[in-house]
Design a protein around this ligand. Structure first.
Ligand code: PMP
Length: 426
């Protein structure tokens, strides 16, 4: 199909994330992707391929078209690509669940395999609410979170997203009303720790759980915070009979320099969500893990089952690819690779703070963030990065990158050049 025809159909019929219909802008058309490069159907700003600085939103950690993942997909495709999970089971899902239990913090033991991050968070909320209902304490049905978070676009996740993010106003009266505390400061401050403790203590009778993104608040603002706050949450939750949920959908599988961000604090949550990089970005799959305490609690209730069962639960193709992706990740010095990218980002972004309009530059693991003192001119910043041969997706006041772990030093440097150009233009 010709590019202009394809774009006309796209504009007329296809919703894009947070987009209007009919569409107003022309997205770039990707013809194929390999390694860290997206090949465009038609050149843009003089470039026919772009280094992906986004890992397709935290997911494509091994890059695209990876021979090992392709092989895993092909092998599974010849056996079965999907089969229902009700009353049936299969090796890829069982092995994946066991592997996840093996690599996540110790008391997490039971795995619910779902089809997207948002659903994994819905399931986490259901687990927590149902746990307290089963314990004869149905009033414990609210969630506490901090501002500046993002947990997905379905109802429970939206209700714990940053209340300044727009969704709350639109859906006020429809979304469950949760308890919010201020976003955590970057460094440890005893006064903020006290605020967390007090809020949990004050609302304990109505709280099912605290849910947070550990160490990095992603799509809500790309902010980092001290892992010490996670220990404060753990202690306060234990002291006041509140469950603790970590949403590791963005941070999981090495992105922050620990396999899971909980590792920075040396603690375990009661419930944990993973997704995105789980399949190396190949297919949509996510998981919610919980402890035996949570699972047993649910089982003792009047309704002793977790009432959730998506059609594509435990999809064998996604499970087989996820297993291969985990083997690939853990079979290499992933920590060394993330550290190498961290060093490259620190070097490459070191001069960005001198650019007029830049408020802050921060790097953690394979995540680099430039925050402006104004909202980014997204089309201008995107074009400037594309001119450098780099794909970035700025939002609000942020230009940021989280490259695939296989990005070599030269390409990390080019990504940084793209971020710099975007910061100048934005
Ligand atoms: N939680 C976090 C921390 C996320 O970053 C995201 C996705 N950006 C989600 C949940 C939702 O995942 P999905 O888009 O797969 O539904």
């Amino acid at each position: 199909m010709r590019n202009d025809e394809l774009l006309a159909l796209d504009r007329a019929h296809v919703w894009h994330p947070y987009g209007p219909m009919p569409g107003r802008t022309d997205p770039l058309v990707v013809a194929s992707a390999s390694g860290v490069r997206l090949r465009l159907a038609e050149p843009a700003e003089g470039q026919d391929e772009l280094i992906d600085g986004m890992s397709s939103w935290w997911s494509a950690v091994h890059g695209y078209n990876h021979p090992v993942l392709n092989e895993a997909a092909r092998g599974q495709l010849d056996r079965m690509s999907h089969v229902m999970f009700g009353g049936l089971t299969h090796e890829p899902a069982v092995r994946l669940a066991a592997r996840l239990v093996e690599i996540t913090p110790e008391p997490l033991r039971h795995v619910f395999l779902s089809d997207s991050g948002s659903v994994a968070v819905e399931v986490a909320a259901k687990m927590c609410l149902q746990y307290w209902r089963s314990a004869g304490r149905p009033a414990k049905r609210r969630l506490l979170t901090w501002r500046g978070g993002y947990h997905g676009d379905t109802w429970q996740p939206m209700s714990v997203c940053d209340p300044e993010g727009g969704m709350h106003e639109l859906w006020s009266g429809v979304l469950p009303e949760q308890v919010f505390v201020d976003a955590p400061p970057t460094a440890y401050e005893e006064s903020y720790a006290r605020l967390l403790r007090d809020a949990i203590a004050r609302h304990a009778d109505e709280l099912a759980a605290v849910i947070v993104e550990p160490v990095v608040q992603g799509a809500g603002g790309m902010r980092f915070h001290s892992p010490a706050y996670l220990r404060v949450l753990r202690e306060a939750c234990d002291a006041h009979d509140v469950l603790l949920v970590f949403d590791e959908i963005a941070t999981g599988f090495g992105r922050t320099g620990e396999l899971f961000a909980a590792g920075h604090a040396g603690i375990a949550p009661d419930v944990m969500c993973v997704g995105k990089a789980l399949t190396g970005g190949y297919l949509s799959m996510a998981a919610t893990l919980c402890t035996s305490r949570v699972a047993d609690g649910i089982s003792r209730g009047e309704v002793p089952v977790l009432a959730h069962g998506p059609t594509f639960m435990g999809n064998p193709l996604a499970s087989a690819i996820a297993l291969a992706s985990l083997d690939l990740l853990l079979g290499q010095d992933w920590r060394g690779e993330v550290r190498r990218i961290e060093t490259g980002l620190r070097e490459g972004l070191s001069e960005v703070s001198a650019i007029p309009g830049v408020r802050d530059v921060r790097v953690l693991g394979a995540i680099g963030v430039v925050q402006l003192d104004h909202d980014v001119d997204v089309p201008a910043a995107t074009r400037a990065a594309v001119r450098e041969g780099v794909w970035l997706r700025p939002f609000r006041d942020l230009i940021y990158t989280m490259p695939p772990f296989v990005t070599d030093d030269e390409d990390v440097a080019r990504i940084c050049a793209g971020v710099r150009a975007a910061a100048h233009a934005g």
